[in-house]
Design a protein around this ligand. Structure first.
Ligand code: SER
Length: 320
């Protein structure tokens, strides 16, 4: 049977790259992009796009029926920093969109769901180093609480209604094609843009704040590998830990300096420091490795090289 894939949140950091990757595998017309705002030129011009406010359950049902959608990737969410500023919207949007999509599968309209979770499900009482899959989880941000609740619902829908929902606890994601919006880990993308355009960056986290991060190429590959794995291999239905690479602002600053010697980083902590301090420094992902063969490709050095190379080309093209 021909898969028809709906990406909700195609204008966001993950969506921008995932739509293109999935269109290469499943053909342009079988991957429907959707978002409340227009997506990138590439996404808008390489296949179908539907304007969708994820709170509009009726419109979601209509789109799913119109295209005979079989799989949904629900990427729309309010991230950690934005959700702290609007807790009602953060909770409503993150939770309602998730339950709408889970119910589509429960009622037999779709077959498979991808829903990203986050390192934000962990909290200040979680062991910080090499954080295990199963551990104390007391998130203290709205975003983290919504992701933790979402993970519980995933597992519940799998156990009780056989809903094939798959999930990854993403670390901070770093890519050059799209910008993050409203997260605590956003500094690790901003730093590259400012290093290339201004040779300096003022970081909103302190120099020693160690956080897990991942290059977008690895994150996209992980998502597709998880979704394409045989059902019997997926032993965890809440969400899988993925480790990625752990570094501090100081360490990434030093790595960037190897390519841009004039680069200078300064620090000015804001409210996001408290959020970062509540999250792990490094993550253990042995379950993902064992269950569906996860293997990281990009370390800090390789990621920095690739980011600087591609972003420099991007800025050069824009200035022509
Ligand atoms: N990158 C996200 C954030 O910072 C975490 O999932 O909010």
């Amino acid at each position: 049977m021909q898969e028809k894939i709906l990406i909700i949140g195609s204008s966001g950091q993950i969506g921008t790259e995932l739509v293109t990757a999935l269109r290469k595998i499943y053909c342009e017309n079988n991957v429907i992009a959707s978002d409340i705002k227009p997506s990138s030129y590439e996404v808008m011009n390489s296949g179908p796009f539907e304007k969708l406010d994820i709170m509009d359950e009726q419109l979601l049902n209509f789109i799913v029926k119109k295209y005979k959608v079989t799989q949904v990737y629900l990427l729309a969410a309010l991230l950690s920093a934005t959700a702290e500023k609007n807790i009602e919207l953060g909770w409503a949007l993150n939770m309602r969109s998730h339950s709408h999509v889970l119910d589509l599968a429960r009622h037999g309209l779709i077959k498979k769901i991808f829903w990203p979770s986050s390192i934000a499900v962990f909290g200040p009482t979680t062991p910080k180093i090499n954080t295990p899959q199963y551990t104390v989880m007391e998130p203290n941000t709205v975003y983290g609480i919504s992701k933790q609740a979402g993970e519980r619902w995933n597992e519940y829908y799998w156990n009780n209604f056989n809903v094939d929902v798959r999930s990854i606890r993403f670390p901070g994601l770093i890519g050059w094609k799209s910008n993050p919006g409203g997260g605590t880990t956003d500094y690790a993308v901003e730093i590259f843009h400012e290093a290339i355009t201004k040779n300096k960056y003022n970081c909103f986290l302190n120099p020693s704040t160690m956080l897990p991060m991942m290059y977008m190429k690895d994150a996209i590959r992980a998502t597709i590998e998880l979704m394409e794995s045989e059902t019997k291999k997926i032993k965890i239905r809440s969400s899988y830990n993925l480790g990625g690479i752990s570094f501090s602002p100081k360490e990434i600053g030093e790595e960037i300096k190897k390519h841009i010697p004039k680069f200078n980083i300064s620090y000015n902590e804001d409210f996001r420091q408290k959020i970062a301090d509540s999250w792990p420094a490094s993550i253990n992902d042995e379950h993902a490795q064992k269950d569906w063969g996860w293997n990281l490709e990009y370390d800090l050095k390789k990621m920095t090289e690739d980011m600087i190379k591609n972003l420099t080309i991007k800025y050069q093209r824009q200035s022509i």
